[in-house]
Design a protein around this ligand. Sequence first.
Ligand code: SF4
Length: 486
Amino acid sequence: MSAPAPATSKGDARPIAFVSAQALRERMHEAVNDPHLRTSFRGAMDFLMAKRAAQFPDESELASLRTLSEAIRQYSLSKLPDLLEQLEANLTRNGVQVHWAADAGEANAIMLGIARRHAAKSIVKGKSMVSEEIEFNHAMQAAGIEALESDMGEYIVQLAGEKPSHIIMPAIHKTKEQIARLFADKVPGVDYTDNVDALIQIGRQVLREKFEQADIGLSGVNFAVAETGTLCLVENEGNGRMCTTVPRVHMAITGIEKVVEKLEHVAPLFSILTRSATGQAISTYFNMISGPRKPDEKDGPEEVHLILLDNGRSQAYADEQLRKTLQCIRCGACMNHCPVYTRIGGHAYGTTYPGPIGKIVSPHMMGLEQTHLLPTVSTLCGACGEVCPVRIPIPELLVRLRGEAQSAPHANPAMAGQGAGYSALASFAWRAWARIYASPGNYRLFSWLASRLRALTPSRQSGWTAARTPLTPAPRRLRDMVRDRR
Ligand code: SF4
């Protein structure tokens, strides 16, 4: 599916800086050997899992809500091109300026153009993973514009010069003592305190001033309603509302998949989102933005812009199986329940979206050539698929991506970077094995030779022997042993 003509020329910004295979291994090794990190994540994930479980005491209600949510997301995707056009028409009618961006570079160029038109010096941001995806802060900083995070977790990771380690709780990897030290070191006039309430008050005080000074507010979008032209924003801190009402200009950015047809489709998705994400029956704030301030209104921005970002989503959309990736409502439950994520944390992955969801979306955003190892960072235990509120079959998609990475390059490319992990030697070995295994005579001969030549088995077998004993053929074949026992 392609969006209407983009508003600016193609940019060249890399949306996400991925780490090499070697660096990925080193990061994971480092993470599993960091007892503080493991304790933080284990504790936080246990807490979130328990809170989610408490929200769904009735299995059958959960099953029905998942079925309904899955159906809404699939229905929305089935009509995506039409819904996007309807959304654009209704938003435009409401006075919202809609922009289409094919990639991160275009999205940043559009927003920079808006900022320059308003001679903006500072932008205050509500939580938006899409803005992380396009490296928005970096792009604005390069242009001399301050982009300040106002979500408390995002503010903490920005102060620390880090990236979020979780899509819902960006600073979950930090202890309160680390945050206290950070505030004391980085916020002028603040003394060390590890009192959580005091830390929150300090953050609020700093941010309150920034809201008043900001020229532009930026937010994400949880659901975009096509029939009414409404942008829905789910949040807990009120900073989303401040970003979208206090500055003169509001820019919202979202992936093209977030659209739903009707307002009534939002309620079940909202309910299952907050319960799956943070174990809350409902979030503290739910914002519905339908346009700029009207003449008789007391607050609100004078201008509202929506940037609809593709960035690889059309590629996923084009394939029936991979399209399921776009059902995601970014609740983070798959991460909270993932035994790998819980042990290595979010930073080890090196991508904006870590954990199970990151492993299935990042290959579309960055190409398999940069991400072909990601789908292998999984035990395929199935926990992610079990808890996903919109029933994305994540393990199935991981297996598919593993296959795409290993398939012959350019055979029938479903994705950019297909065949990135392809090895001619491995391909030859598997083809040879297929011929042996397909013929009983060949297999008998092969197993007889293997047992006779077992002494020649190499003691180092690539990555296999890094943590395991070598694979060696048995001295006697099973068929020989069975024959002897008769
Ligand atoms: S894949 Fe499912 S569980 Fe994971 S973030 Fe998306 S909606 Fe939530």
